[in-house]
Design a protein around this ligand. Structure first.
Ligand SMILES: Cc1cc2nc3c(=O)[nH]c(=O)nc-3n(C[C@H](O)[C@H](O)[C@H](O)COP(=O)(O)OP(=O)(O)OC[C@H]3O[C@@H](n4cnc5c(N)ncnc54)[C@H](O)[C@@H]3O)c2cc1C
Length: 458
């Protein structure tokens, strides 16, 4: 049995805490926020629970993890049919894509080009040195030019040629136009486009996980940021609110650069500088309160074009049958940006107007909102740039090398993963610890290798 300090009560930290305590380890969870959930938390806007951007539980979740979530959620986890749209060439097309809708909406010349490029993949240049080339090779120049190129530029804030092939592998499951056709065929059946969602918002998965962690006898310390970590030979000491606590191991889900910055002995200056050079795209979430029961019947609108500032618009009420106010709805617009840029620094009034204007430009109704709220996420998408590839490796290597400390989770590993992926990381970590409480490094290294194959679900 080991004494384990876990930093972060997002889904990764909570899953690890639950499974480790069920195995008899003695865990304590430290969370800087007042509530569990991290980026997968929910909160209230004008009497309605909303998420930090569009979140859904994907059927790709491994069956045993899904079972665990179902056990803690009971009947509150609903099976829903996706009902989204994507803006392609100024037209709204159903998303997930469906055959008949695509045929009706996609301009014939574009459809013919994509069809031709699907058939001629084997004649295309197969060299993939960056994100753009990777999409071009796999799905054809038209899909790269019309969809993934602009979308990547909008999400990551850099030209898609500057991004590495790895981000294409982590974000796009399809390796050919035929894979896309198979996906479209699947989504054409209603059973092929379902997702799971809790009636009280996505954050209730983490809240119930936190309850289960508490019931398993683990202490959860909220409002408790970890400000210092001292790695010793036989233990690790962490500092929270001036108190120093000793553990056999510390499992951290905080960003590696932040972890390195609070670690003693301090890593070499070059390592700290390498970690600081890694860029993360930020996001401002703009919540508009609308005094009518529904804005549109769609759960999400995906907007790849760089001509608007919104990357996705969601209407949380449409994700569930929940206890939401009947006479009003809330929209959530996701605005990718850089921390400190014009979007990040704009006022609620300015962003309300900008979002409302963008929606109407795209042919959506005037929201006529009565209230705006903003949420700021300083680090949402790790930017896998060629220019910082070496720095990324150095940072990961340094954070994994801290004695008795393991980094995992979305920020810990600097990856764009989903909730089910990070819960799986927590599970693998627990399974890599022997009954006498020692971490089996070769087992954990193997698990790290398997995480590299995760593909993000949108
Ligand atoms: C816009 C958007 C949409 C998404 N959509 C989906 C989706 O549809 N489906 C899906 O499954 N996933 C989705 N995700 C991903 C999902 O939110 C993440 O996978 C998940 O939240 C990662 O969990 P985590 O525990 O690894 O990290 P986090 O959730 O970031 O948790 C880390 C925790 O550590 C805490 N912390 C940080 N520093 C300290 C410190 N010094 N001391 C103590 N605590 C600290 C933070 O407060 C936080 O609570 C989406 C993410 C975004 C941004």
């Amino acid at each position: 049995m080991a004494q384990i300090g876990i930093i972060g009560a997002g889904p990764a930290g909570l899953a690890a805490a639950l499974l480790a305590s069920r195995k008899g380890h003695n865990c304590t969870v430290f969370e800087s926020a007042a509530n569990p959930g991290g980026m997968a938390a929910s909160f209230v806007v004008a009497g309605q629970r909303v998420d930090l951007g569009s979140h859904r539980l994907h059927p790709a979740t491994e069956p045993h993890l899904l079972e665990l979530i179902k056990q803690i959620m009971g009947d509150d986890l609903q099976i829903r049919e996706r009902n989204g749209r994507i803006n392609l060439r100024d037209r709204w097309v159903k998303f997930p894509l469906r055959a008949t809708d695509l045929i009706r909406k996609l301009p014939t010349n574009v459809a013919l080009r994509i069809g031709g490029e699907t058939l001629t993949k084997r004649f295309r240049n197969s060299v993939e040195t960056n994100f753009y080339e990777s999409v071009q090779h796999r799905l054809g120049p038209t899909v790269a030019e019309e969809f993934y190129g602009p979308f990547a530029e909008k999400l990551y804030g850099v030209e898609p040629h500057q991004l590495t092939v790895e981000i294409a592998q982590r974000r796009i499951a399809a390796t050919s136009g035929f894979d896309v056709i198979r996906k479209i065929a699947k989504a054409t059946r209603s059973s092929g486009r379902v997702f799971l969602y809790p009636r009280d918002g996505y954050g209730s998965i983490s809240e119930r996980l936190a309850d289960a962690v508490h019931d398993a006898g683990t202490e959860l310390c909220f409002n408790s940021p970890i400000t210092k970590l001292q790695a010793k030979k036989d233990s690790v000491a962490i500092t929270s609110a001036g108190n120093i606590l000793e553990f056999d191991q510390v499992w951290s889900t905080i960003p590696s650069p932040n972890l390195l910055a609070i670690t003693e002995p301090s890593p070499p200056l070059e390592t700290i500088e390498a970690a600081r050079s890694l860029r993360n795209r930020a996001m401002v979430l703009v919540y508009l309160v609308i005094p009518r029961p529904q804005y549109t019947p769609f759960d999400a609108h995906y907007i790849p074009t760089t001509e608007t500032i919104i990357s996705r618009l969601s209407e949380p009420k449409n994700y569930r049958d929940g206890p939401d106010p009947s006479n009003q709805t809330v929209l959530c617009a996701e605005l990718p940006c850089w921390k400190g840029d014009m979007i990040w620094n704009a006022s609620p009034d300015e962003l309300g107007e900008l979002v409302s204007g963008d929606l109407q430009t795209m042919g959506l109704p005037d929201p006529q909102y009565i209230h705006v709220e903003l949420k700021f996420l300083p680090s949402v998408y790790p930017v896998f740039e060629h220019s910082t590839s070496q720095a990324r490796t150095t940072t990961q290597f340094a954070s994994q090398a801290i004695n008795r400390v393991v980094s995992f989770g979305r920020h810990g590993l600097g990856v764009p993963d989903n909730l089910h992926h990070v819960m799986r990381m927590g599970e693998h970590l627990v399974n890599s610890v022997s009954s006498d409480g020692e971490l089996d490094s070769s087992k954990w290294d193997k698990a790290l290798g398997s995480f590299a194959k995760h593909v993000v679900e949108d």
